[in-house]
Write a protein that binds this ligand. Structure first.
Ligand SMILES: Nc1ncnc2c1ncn2[C@@H]1O[C@H](COP(=O)(O)OP(=O)(O)OP(=O)(O)O)[C@@H](O)[C@H]1O
Ligand SMILES: [Mg+2]
Length: 252
């Protein structure tokens, strides 16, 4: 269970995330929507530890993780796909995935175990690469991949880490039409496991409608709506503020 309590950050006079209190339960996919500049990425940065809050707290399974660095939060079970920064550019696609897998495993001491472990590792890496449609490019250097493939590899690395909480910030942005389903299928499969907490920032409302168990709306850093997809999407305040539809007469 991930929770934010009154999570707030100010940049100068601008409150980018304003006292957001929210809990995210295992087995649910929560979509975070809101207009550009609403504070969605900043909220993720506060949760994953890239930014320090001005006020408020982040809790994982009931314990505050606010004092932990970003990498300590990753070890604690928070996973986030980072654009390019988590890739080793000069290593191959396969080597990147193997390193990610090894980072969360301990190799036994006797040689037979090491050998079995190695085989299992390669098999698991191949499975992961297959799931992100990169098996054919296993020997290509990460740096030499086209943008869409690099983004698929980031998701593959995140899957290799297999965190408790998966955070996706516009995972299909900049991808070609044939790459988008690869990522959506993965998120769908992750959701079907019913044990992971998934947070998804996504602008495409058809994707949100299909995948989300719940939608929260951020607007000017404030949590403006929270509920099941149909009621949130149809609420006047969301139609007006986010979907850019005609202003609602009775809105104060
Ligand atoms: N490091 C920073 N310093 C100053 N202002 C920042 C910083 N990071 C974000 N902001 C501001 O905080 C606000 C929220 O930005 P954020 O990137 O979180 O929005 P977003 O909801 O992710 O938007 P988008 O949908 O375009 O990705 C913006 O006004 C942005 O300019
Ligand atoms: Mg953003």
């Amino acid at each position: 269970m991930l929770e934010t309590r009154d999570l707030t950050i100010r940049f100068g006079g601008h409150v980018a995330v304003n006292a957001v209190s929210c809990t995210f339960a295992p087995g649910t996919l929560t979509a975070i929507v809101g207009p550009n500049g609403a504070g969605k990425t900043t909220y993720f940065n506060l949760i994953s530890g890239q930014l320090k809050p001005s006020a408020g707290d982040v809790l994982l399974n009931g314990h505050s993780i606010s004092a932990l660095t970003a990498s300590a939060r990753t070890h604690a079970g928070l996973g986030r796909a980072f654009q390019l920064t988590s890739l080793f550019p000069n290593l191959s696609v396969m080597e990147n995935v193997r390193l990610a897998l090894q980072s969360r495993q301990r190799v036994g001491l006797d040689m037979w175990n090491v050998w079995n472990h190695h085989r299992a590792l390669i098999e698991r890496a191949e499975q992961l690469l297959d799931s992100v449609a990169l098996l054919a490019k296993r020997d290509v250097k990460a740096a030499a991949l086209p943008h869409g493939d690099q983004r698929k590899l980031e998701v593959g690395l995140l899957m290799a880490l297999d965190p408790e909480v998966y955070m996706f910030d516009e995972p299909t942005a900049g991808m070609s039409v044939d790459e988008v389903p690869v990522i959506l299928d993965l998120i769908r499969a992750l959701k079907a496991r019913r044990d992971k907490t998934i947070l998804l920032v996504e602008h495409k409302m058809d994707v949100v409608r299909e995948l989300a168990d719940r939608i929260i709306v951020l607007h000017n850093g404030t949590l403006m709506a929270d509920g099941d997809p149909e009621s949130v999407i149809s609420s006047p305040v969301v139609q007006q503020a986010y979907l850019g539809l005609a202003p609602v007469e009775e809105a104060a």
